[in-house]
Design a protein around this ligand. Structure first.
Ligand code: GUN
Length: 351
């Protein structure tokens, strides 16, 4: 604290000027990059734009498939009435329509049994016009999720969750011989299309989920990065994250990664999607000096919430490039699902 009370500050005449100067110093202590005229702004890795590029490529591929006599088809199974899942699934179905992919939505009630779901999966496995099967997670507690995921024909496993696809990913199978999970595949696309090298890079992955943490770690290893996976029991976490050239945050905790956990110049991939509903939390993440302060407070006033990732928004200023939330990795997940559906359709037909 003493550092803020320099003699030059105390020598100012007006008390108002003293308070203003003190505030500016406090701000620059938390956001030095925003206050400096020489700092280089971190590059925003625009997930929406990259997703649009991928969707355009998929749409062109779908037209080629149609010219060859088949239409790629996706079946989505949505069990019960989980609001977040309904939003995701609606978006998936809508994107299929935009790209010319056939889609159908199966909505069994919350009370559905594992056996009934198995029967549905087997019917979808047997239908030639269905190329991809997606079971939206999480499923109700009484349903055997593992059994169901293993029941999906690996050739139609557009989520890449089947043990056969997970195994192929781990063993480094060529890209055209497996279906990889969508969010991790989207992360690799962001890195590749943004010209961020992975070979030899120190990559640190926060989170060990089957959907993101483990598969993205495998993909980064396959892309010749040196990978460390951290989780809730990891010791000395900041020491490890500060070694990361590429930091992937996928732990599902709002603003968990603080700026002092980030190496200056690192690339941050923020996979988190966390809803902030408290005013105090909003003020903590977006104080008046934060560049997004006004926009975020307006959104909050309109909707009663705003979305942030697993990274404290003040940490992005330390990085050289980062995926924003919203508008980063989230947009890629659906684009990669579309890409996987087209890929599954082509692979099954030996194209
Ligand atoms: N729930 C959250 N993310 C996903 C996903 O990528 N696939 C499925 N099937 N369910 C999810």
């Amino acid at each position: 604290m003493c550092a803020f009370f320099t003699t030059s500050l105390l020598r100012r005449k007006s008390p108002v000027a003293r308070v203003l100067a003190l505030c500016a110093r406090l701000r620059s202590a938390r956001y030095p990059e925003y206050m400096s005229s020489t700092a280089v702004a971190a590059r925003v890795l625009d997930g929406v734009q990259i997703a649009a590029e991928i969707k355009n490529e998929v749409a062109a591929g779908v037209q080629q498939a149609k010219a060859a006599g088949y239409t790629p088809g996706l079946a989505v199974i949505l069990v019960g009435n989980v609001a977040a899942s309904e939003i995701y699934v609606r978006s998936k179905v809508k994107t299929c329509a935009e790209l010319g992919i056939h889609s159908e939505l199966h909505t069994p009630p919350e009370s559905v049994s594992t056996e009934e779901l198995l029967k549905l999966v087997q019917q979808l496995n047997a239908r030639d016009e269905i190329d991809g099967i997606l079971i939206q997670l999480p499923l109700p507690k009484h349903v055997d999720t593992e059994l169901l995921l293993e029941a999906v024909d690996p050739r139609k496993d557009v989520d890449g969750f089947h043990p056969i696809n997970a195994g192929r990913l781990l063993s480094g199978a060529p890209d055209d011989q497996l279906l990889a999970p969508c969010t991790p595949a989207g992360i690799l696309e962001v890195l590749k299309r943004s010209g961020i090298p992975t070979a030899g890079a120190n990559a640190v992955v926060l989170g060990r989920s089957n959907i993101v943490g483990k598969p993205v770690a495998a993909m980064l290893i396959n892309a010749s990065a040196t990978v460390t996976v951290c989780h809730s029991r990891t010791r000395n976490l900041p020491e490890i994250t500060r070694e990361a050239d590429i930091l992937v945050a996928a732990i599902g905790r709002a603003g968990f990664v603080h700026r002092d956990m980030v190496k200056p110049g690192a690339v941050i991939i923020d996979v988190g999607i966390n809803r902030v509903t408290g005013e105090a939390e909003l003020a903590q993440f977006f104080p008046p000096e934060h560049p997004e302060h006004t926009k975020r407070h307006e959104t909050f006033a309109r909707r009663g919430s705003t979305v942030i990732g697993d990274v404290d928004p003040s940490a992005f200023a330390v990085s050289s490039a980062y995926t924003p939330v919203p508008g980063g990795v989230g947009a890629l997940t659906i684009a990669m699902l579309m890409s996987n559906t087209l890929k599954a359709a082509k692979m099954r037909r030996g194209k």
